[in-house]
Structures are given as C-alpha cells and as structure tokens.
Design a binder for this molecule. Structure first.
Ligand code: AMP
Ligand code: ZN
Ligand code: FE
Ligand code: FE
Length: 280
C-alpha cells in the first residue's frame, strides 16, 4: 500500500529542498505522496502540486504547520487538505509571519547580549527562497558557520531550545485558535508531535474545538510514545497520523527524520480527506 509522508518542510520555511525537489525525492523513494507542511505558510504548495501532477499516482496534500503557544509551550498544529488560496486564510498567515519575525528578532538580540556577533541580515541570508519564512534552524546555521557551536543539535541544546540561553517567545495564538484557522480554511486539523510537549491534557481540549487527528508517528517519538499516542487517538476518537518532519540535509546530517521514515496509509489519508471542505 502506498505510504504518504504527512509532515515535510521545504524552502517555503526552514526546509532545505524546494517543494518540487521534495516531491521528486518522495516519488524516487517509492512513496505514494506527501503533505507539504511548512511553518505558518502555504507558499510552497502550488509548486509541489505542479510537480506532483507529472508523477503518476502521486498524491500531494496541501498543508501547513501552525505555530501556537499554550502555557509557555510551543505547540504545532498541522492542517491538511486546506484551501491554500483562501484570501482570509492568507491574511491570517501574514499576521503569524509578523509575530514570527518579532520572535526571531528577539532571539538575535538575546544572542547579541550574550556577546555573540550575529545580525538579522545574516540570518535572513540563510533563507533558501526569497518568499520563505525564517525559523530557528536558519539562526542555528549562522551559529554553526561562525563556529560558535559544532552541530545544529548543540545550537538548540545551548541557545535556541525551550528555556535555553537565547530562547524567546512572543504573544502567539492559542492551539484552539490554530485549529480554528485551519477549519475556517476548509482544512483538517491534527496535533503535531504530541510527544514533544508533555501536555496530554491538551488533546481532549482541542478535540472539543474540532481537532480531527493526532500525529502518533513522528521521527522524534520513541516506540513507547508511538504506542501511547496511538492509544490516546483511539480513546479520543482522533485519526492517528504519521510523518517524518523532514527538513532536508543540513551540514551533512538529516535534520529530524529522513523523508518517508514515518507515514500514513491511504485509508488514513482518505479519512482525513473526507473531513475537508474543499477536497472531500
Ligand atoms: P521555529 O518555527 O522558528 O520555532 O523553529 C521550529 C523548528 O526548529 C522545528 O521545526 C525544528 O526543526 C527545530 N527545533 C525546535 N526545537 C528543536 C530542538 N530542541 N532540537 C532540534 N531542533 C529543534
Ligand atoms: Zn521546522
Ligand atoms: Fe513542529
Ligand atoms: Fe515540522
């Protein structure tokens, strides 16, 4: 059965490959499809759809990963089969981009105050597409290039991860608002990598707001976590999904997991699709 990687990043945010490259790579690996889920943007979706059209039997799902904040925790909400051309949705995303840029500036300022010479211009130059959103992996790349850290993991462990030296948060929408934005765009909301939050009480709360699925299978989940979230999905009648969170290869290493190392089957994807307004 065709496997579909439900969580991938491209140059539209902090991935390394263009949307079309990700589609080609997935097709070469024999995957049945992928979802384009860039952080707070759908600017990579049309390119991926265009490329997917020239591969037979390859499903490209228009998606997004929305950044939200709950009790000081960064919570990510995935959205699938969204109307990526919806004007209201696009203007909401524009607001999220403004907040993201403020957050990035705060992190850079924190690094400067730690005595590190780094500018927003240097970080911006790490974008791989001029319309792409900037994220912490871009900041990590600059730190790496300057020899301040010796691996991207170290950048997060020391400076950029939650509660670390240069970590910053700004006002952000709540996970429930993230769910609503996706529903309003005709899409299907799924809670991303719940194993990274230790906030399981969020799951039934978001279900009340219309959450449809739970990303039980993710590159950063342990085998025990995958079983745990598979069971929670069943308990709360959520669709369990799987995705690699592929970001491409940075400094010779696959960031998070390799494309296709986690996936959903076609039956799961069809269930999600049946809940979408535009694609059902
Ligand atoms: P941002 O959207 O700018 O907050 O950056 C989020 C991205 O940073 C995630 O998609 C991950 O790729 C990466 N990231 C966040 N926390 C960590 C961590 N602790 N270790 C490695 N990468 C991380
Ligand atoms: Zn990312
Ligand atoms: Fe995420
Ligand atoms: Fe992601």
């Amino acid at each position: 059965m065709a496997n579909i990687d439900m969580h991938t990043h491209s140059t539209a945010s902090d991935g390394v490959n263009s949307p079309a490259q990700n589609v080609r790579l997935a097709a070469e690996k024999g995957l049945g499809g992928l979802a384009v889920t860039d952080h707070d943007t759908v600017s990579g979706v049309s390119e991926a759809l265009g490329e997917a059209a020239s591969h037979s039997n390859f499903l490209c799902i228009p998606g997004i990963e929305i950044s939200t904040l709950d009790n000081g925790h960064d919570i990510h909400v995935l959205g699938y089969f969204i109307d990526h051309e919806n004007a209201e949705f696009l203007s909401k995303l524009e607001e999220l981009r403004t907040v993201r840029n403020k957050r990035n500036e705060k992190i850079v300022k924190n690094l400067q105050e730690l005595g590190i010479s780094i500018t927003m211009e240097e970080v911006t130059a790490k974008r791989k597409s001029s319309s792409g959103n900037i994220g912490r992996p871009h900041i990590a790349e600059v730190l790496m290039e300057k020899g301040i850290i010796s691996s991207l993991r170290e950048a997060f462990d020391k400076y950029l991860g939650k509660g670390k030296l240069a970590y910053a948060i700004t006002e952000r929408i709540s996970p429930a608002e993230g769910v609503k934005i996706i529903l309003d765009a005709g899409g299907v909301p799924v809670l991303a990598h719940p194993g990274l939050y230790d906030q399981d009480e969020l799951i039934p709360q978001l279900k009340e707001h219309g959450l449809a699925g739970l990303e039980a299978y993710h590159s950063d989940h342990s085998a025990e976590q995958e079983v745990h979230y598979r069971n929670l999905a069943e308990r709360y009648q959520l669709i369990p999904t799987g995705g690699s969170d592929y970001h491409g290869v940075r400094n010779g290493k696959v960031f998070h997991g390799d494309l296709g190392n986690r996936y959903s089957d076609l039956i799961t994807v069809e269930k999600l699709k049946s809940l979408s307004i535009k694609y059902r």
